[in-house]
Design a protein around this ligand. Structure first.
Ligand SMILES: C[S@@+](CC[C@H](N)C(=O)[O-])C[C@H]1O[C@@H](n2cnc3c(N)ncnc32)[C@H](O)[C@@H]1O
Length: 358
């Protein structure tokens, strides 16, 4: 099929900002313990957008080059790009830098990801840490295949869940089989979301879809249409969700730190209010966190790391926890044993004893 280089829309930049921030942080953590890491871009694109912006493969290779340029980083990076469109795959191949460092290897496969990823699973060692980006225009990898990926001990998935495209197909008899393949069985047809509309349908579908994915930690970031999509009422409607799936609390905490500023109206990223949506539905304040900590941890003793891990799905990031716990310390409501940090700091292994309780 003819391939037209797409324009990079404002709403698509969010996924690139997340990739650029998360991938190097993930690689530094895993790279300290593993000789080799894999990045798999299942719907890779041609590597460049119409106005010259880099696509995900080139962004990742740029980050990989920076990583291995640091002598402290000892790991090798294997980047695998899968693209079904022959022209896009050819263009991507031609854009792969020819001067990559020896420790970064990039391979472009002109393949259908639905068939190719199962083969790849056979070829990649089970224990190889892998970050898998699933970024389709419509149907993602099928749920059973994503579950196979998530079963591997150190594999995580960053998924673009194209709600608006999938929704168009849910009630179309011609696409029924495709949706059944996506879910892995026909049960979706009996789900309440099929007879619902608007927000109920959307949340019902997303809950049902994510509920079938076997990941201990699921973070989602809702992206609305931007004005350039020219969709009626678009700035209030969901275009897609960015979803991070992992089985490690530390991965989820790291992703939360990366996603959070993107959703912050006052944050460092220059998105218009309509082009993005806060990660968290309400503006969380440190005072809210203080109250929740009092309610949930009275009488308990936990390290700072444990506190954040146990509450990974709360809408707060590290700076809020630090501020909240130190405020409680100032009020004599917690005692901090500083194991890792100096006089007034607060770090991972520091032990916090909450007052109260019976
Ligand atoms: C949203 S674009 C990818 C954008 C890219 N990840 C980026 O961020 O720059 C989706 C790409 O998936 C490709 N594609 C569609 N179906 C595919 C399949 N079954 N297997 C692999 N690639 C596919 C399309 O040709 C298109 O280039």
């Amino acid at each position: 099929m003819a391939y037209q280089t797409p324009k990079l829309k404002a709403v698509s930049k969010a996924k690139h900002r997340i990739l650029e921030k998360y991938f190097p942080a993930w690689a530094r953590i895993l790279g300290s313990r593993h000789e080799k890491l894999a990045y798999v871009d299942c719907f890779a694109g041609s590597g460049q957008y119409a106005d010259g912006e880099e696509g995900s493969p080139l962004l990742i290779l740029g980050e990989a080059r920076k990583l291995v340029g640091n002598p402290k980083f000892r790991s090798r990076i294997l980047a695998i790009f899968v693209e079904e469109n022959s022209q896009a795959a050819r263009e991507l191949q031609s854009r792969i830098p020819t001067d990559l460092p020896d420790s970064v290897k990039a391979f472009v496969f002109h393949e259908d990801a639905h068939n190719f990823v199962p083969e790849l699973l056979q070829a990649l060692p089970e224990n190889l840490p892998a970050f898998v980006f699933v970024d389709p225009y419509g149907r993602p990898l099928n749920i059973p295949l994503m579950n196979q990926l998530l079963q591997r001990p150190k594999t995580e998935i960053f998924l673009t869940l194209m709600w608006y495209a999938i929704n168009m197909h849910l009630s179309n008899p011609k696409t029924e089989e495709t949706i059944t393949r996506m879910f892995g069985d026909k049960e979706w047809k009996q789900q309440p979301f099929m007879s619902q509309s608007c927000w109920d349908r959307e949340t019902g579908f997303v809950d049902s879809f994510l509920g079938r994915l076997n990941a201990g930690f699921k973070l989602k970031f809702r992206i609305r249409f931007s004005p350039e999509d020219k969709v009626p009422g678009g700035d209030d409607r969901t275009k897609y969700y960015l979803v991070h799936l992992s089985n490690h609390a530390k991965a989820a905490l790291l992703m939360k730190e990366v996603m959070y500023p993107l959703g912050d109206e006052l944050g460092t990223f220059d998105y218009s209010a309509t082009a993005q949506q806060r990660l968290f539905s309400e503006t969380p304040t440190t005072e809210d966190l203080i109250q929740r900590l009092r309610e949930n941890f009275a009488g308990q003793k936990v390290t700072f790391d444990e506190l954040r891990e146990k509450t990974w799905d709360w809408p707060f990031i590290e700076k809020h926890y630090r501020e909240a716990v130190k405020t409680l310390e100032g009020k004599w409501e917690v005692r901090i044993e500083r194991i890792e940090s100096k006089k007034i700091g607060l770090k991972g292994k520091d032990r916090i004893t909450f007052g109260g309780g019976s």
